[in-house]
Ligand binder design. Structure first.
Ligand code: UD1
Ligand code: CA
Length: 465
């Protein structure tokens, strides 16, 4: 099996290789590989890469496919010529396009079985979308005035004659080939066309003229054969997948209000009876337990959230873990490495990073907790700041179980506040605070009795003069 993925994707106008552009949180090519892997062992899949080959290889290596490098991208026909050696070990093989990501494994299986049963040299997948503009068109042989299964040519959009414009059946860029006739004839391809490229599509006419059997199988579900050539098509397929994802989640028992406003990646898992409000984004490999409520405008990526968690509006949660019953937000910013314990609270305008907040602990207002290990039942007062960075290195703050940090405390790390200790409001803590003690680190309050009254009287005298 070959997947053509070497092209630059000129029409995307991007610095990045086309097949690494993402829909619903995964690169285009990853979808095609996943579909292919349903049909053949993953070790029999050859991804033909070229433009930014190293980046593509690195991004998809984990799938286990093999790679063939097409150093110069001289067309889809040239891509298959490049993979000749890799593919000649098979009697037949499928060819998929790396930019046709929604292809359905069941369709591939049908294509393969039909091709083998019919003993064809080439079988292509066809469809009739509402608007076939831009795709190659399938020209079928007429039998009793009606199109038959036999294909005589594929004509690219730019080469269509005015008379051929009436052919509305598109070539999906997905094929089955018999190895022998293909490679016996592939050198007949030329670059006499609009793009000066070797078109794999020309093999239809070449094989047909050589007396080989070239067939077309049509699918009714044209969504699965849509290609991604520009940003608008990328957005459309992204929307198709996300709509499908929301439908699956709702089917499984998750409530999503206004699913059309939510952005949920395909890799996300949510347990039934969780409620997702409008305009929520759930990204990457995020996992959410049961009976949670994810309120509007929250963006959660690559995070694990337990059951019964409330995420209030406008919260950002990235690479973090939140245990059962915790309450986050509104407007919390949980940066990577935040671990929020059971029933803990993180409130408005609280930022955490590499911070553990133990069971039942609270940091409810306007706080920064970075590189912090905080025990259970700790109260972190409003405006508390861990000063974790000295301009060169990061240092840790430890706050043990049951400690009480008064509002507006600054904790200059490395520093430790012992079990059950108190830190007075507005303290700047630079030394460890022992267990069960009280630490106060602030200027003494001075009271000048009558000072304000005297000041007012003095200025009243001035203006009356
Ligand atoms: C191609 C077909 C067209 C079909 C459409 C379906 C040709 C000539 N045309 O057009 O009939 O309707 O797909 O989506 O094949 N690639 C390489 N190496 C190359 C050139 C391309 O690997 O040298 C890869 C691309 O990365 C892409 C795929 O082949 O994944 C298709 O190439 P693309 O240029 O997008 O072809 P289309 O113009 O879409
Ligand atoms: Ca394409």
């Amino acid at each position: 099996m070959a997947i053509m993925a070497a092209g630059k994707g000129t029409r995307l106008k991007s610095r990045h290789p086309k097949v690494l552009h993402q829909i619903a949180g995964k690169p285009l090519l990853e979808y095609v590989i996943a579909a292919a892997a349903q049909i053949v062992p993953v070790g029999d899949i050859y991804a033909i890469i070229g433009h930014e080959a190293e980046r593509v290889r690195q991004a998809l290596q984990h799938t286990g496919v093999k790679f063939v490098e097409q150093k110069e991208q001289r067309g889809t026909g040239h891509a298959i010529m490049t993979a000749r050696e890799a593919l000649s070990g098979f009697d037949h093989f499928l060819v998929l396009s790396g930019d046709v990501p929604l292809i359905n494994p069941a369709t591939l299986r049908e294509l393969k079985e039909y091709h083998l049963k019919q003993n064809a040299a080439m079988t292509l997948l066809a469809a009739t979308p509402p608007d076939p503009t831009g795709y190659g068109r399938v020209i079928r042989k007429l039998k009793n005035g009606k199109p038959s299964e036999i294909v005589t040519a594929i004509v690219e959009q730019k080469a269509l004659t005015p008379a051929q414009m009436k052919f509305r059946e598109m070539n999906a860029g997905v094929y089955a080939f018999a190895t022998k006739p293909l490679f016996a004839n592939i050198d007949k391809l030329t670059t006499e066309n609009a793009h000066r490229e070797f078109y794999l599509t020309d093999m239809a006419a070449i094989l047909s003229r050589a007396g080989e059997r070239v067939l077309g199988v049509a699918t009714n579900d044209f969504n699965q054969v849509l290609g991604v050539n520009n940003r608008a098509e990328l957005a459309r397929l992204d929307a198709v997948l996300r709509e499908r994802k929301c439908a699956e989640l709702m089917d499984s028992g998750v409530t999503i209000y206004r699913p059309e406003t939510c952005v949920i990646d395909v890799g996300v898992k949510v347990v039934p009876d969780t409620i997702i409000e409008p305009f929520v984004q759930l990204l990457g490999n995020t996992r959410i337990g049961a009976e949670c409520r994810i309120r509007s405008y929250s963006v959660i990526s690559n995070s694990q959230i337990g059951s019964g968690v409330t995420v209030r509006p406008g919260s950002i949660i990235d690479e973090s873990t939140i245990a059962n019953g915790a309450v986050i937000g509104p407007y919390s910013n949980l940066r990577p490495g935040s671990e929020i314990g059971e029933n803990a609270h993180v409130g408005n305008f609280v930022e955490t990073k590499k911070a553990r907040l133990g069971r039942g602990s609270k940091a409810n207002h306007l706080t920064y907790l970075g590189d912090a290990v905080i025990g259970e039942g700790v109260n972190v007062g409003a405006g508390t700041i861990t000063c974790n960075y000295d301009g060169v290195n990061k240092h840790q703050t430890v706050i043990e179980d049951g400690a009480f940090i008064g509002s507006d405390a600054t904790l200059v790390a490395p520093v430790k506040v012992g079990k059950g200790a108190y830190v007075g409001a507005a303290s700047c803590i630079t030394r460890d605070v022992p267990e069960d003690s009280l630490a106060i680190g602030r200027g003494q309050q001075v009271v000048k009795e009558g000072w304000a009254r005297e000041k007012r009287q003095a200025s009243a005298l001035k203006t009356s003069r």
